[in-house]
Design a binder for this molecule. Sequence first.
Ligand SMILES: *Cc1c(COP(=O)(O)O)cnc(C)c1O
Length: 496
Amino acid sequence: MNNKYYNKLIFELSHAGRIGYSLPKNNYGSEYSFSIPESLARQSDLRLPEADELTVVRHYTNMSNNNFGVDTGFYPLGSCTMKYNPKLNEELSQLSGFNIHPLTPSYAAQGSLEIYHYTQNILSEICGMSEFTLNPYAGAHGELTGLMVIRAYHEERGDLQRKKILVPDSAHGTNPASAAVCGLEVVQVKSLADGTVDVDDLRSKLSQEVAGMMMTNPNTLGIFEYQIPEIARLVHECGGLMYYDGANLNAILGVCRPGDMGFDVMHINLHKTFSTPHGGGGPGSGPVGVREGLEHLLPNPNYDIEEDGFVTPAFNETALGNVTPTYGNFAVIIRALCYLLSLGKENIANTAKLAVLNANYIKEQLKEYFNLPLEGLCKHEFVFDGLRDEFGGEHHGHEYVTTLDVAKRLLDYGFHAPTIYFPLLFHEALMIEPTETESKETLDDFIGVMKTIALEARDQREMVKSAPHTTPVRRLDDVKAVKSAQFTYFTLQPEV
Ligand SMILES: *Cc1c(COP(=O)(O)O)cnc(C)c1O
């Protein structure tokens, strides 16, 4: 875009003496002005940009147009469910009556506490769990909380040697990370060629030292773990508990329940499945559910409902203690409840069915162009392993068109890239999750563009390898951006 305000820093639009505000006169006389001790006062002026209001408005408006989000285009990010979040839920979560202070006494927060309690119950029913806490702030926080419940369960029984946690090699990276933070030793379980857990490998790793097993089902490859009853039986038989990573429930919502699959403890990401915009680190919510018999270990406070309908905070001595200082991220909980109530019991399962249908629709139309390592029906997402050889794929040696190239070229067509190079099981993983919220027209557009890119990769390899061509910045050094990020203008332009 050829726009003077685009891609410029506000400092570069600055002109000495230009102002965009006027402050009212101090009507209270000098006795009300502050005096700053000489030693603390600035010796030189602060280097702030000076610009008129319209320049500032244009600068920030144009900058915001550089953002890509679900509200601007298709965002088929596997594993992380970027789906449309209805605006109604935003509006309701911001009603002023919900603006409670964490220390508001419970008698003055009954409406909010009722929402908390009601949401707990609905999630328990959807997941087949006995009770949920809504306190944790994110998926990974929920994992840690859930693993602490598992640890507390073994400690309570005096079963102190259980320090190992089994995690399949297809697991989301937060699983081993949370286990390590919880002081557990991660033992990896292999996958079979069909993407599911290798039960023989699992059997060989079971022992009296195993605290439990963490699983995602459908797993990160979008494959339902059909051996789940046997896996749960084996882990239980050896004294461990089953942990369910329910960050993304899109494939099973209203269709089947982790509790019925044999899981004892689980978390959900409200900010993926239940309508809260996410990305950029929050706010999130990672409720943790447990089966009957483990409720007393959930963190404080919980909320009990009395016979007269009054909701009171309950502090349990056997609980983990607090994992957050408040009612969790309450606005995220409100959005989740609005989402659930607007779908209603009768429509919730349609979410899952459409998410699965949309994923299979894309997969089947693109598998002639991209390597599909796992044939057959997928659930809400699936993984390609790069372009097929006839479309510039791996047999072209070090010049081949990679998954990264495809992802970058997609940006030129106005789509967000899918998740790439995860899961780690495939060399050129490209993980696509369309979600239930996209129209058939959008899915068809995406399929058309992916086919076009495959043909380009075959016929105009250099052009694809140098994509993107239309974005404000092109191929950034991802590692350097993280390792030596520069956040101020003056580290970039020291002499200004
Ligand atoms: C996103 C995700 C997580 C982590 O959730 P955060 O809220 O980002 O901490 C864990 N497991 C799976 C499968 C996920 O997709």
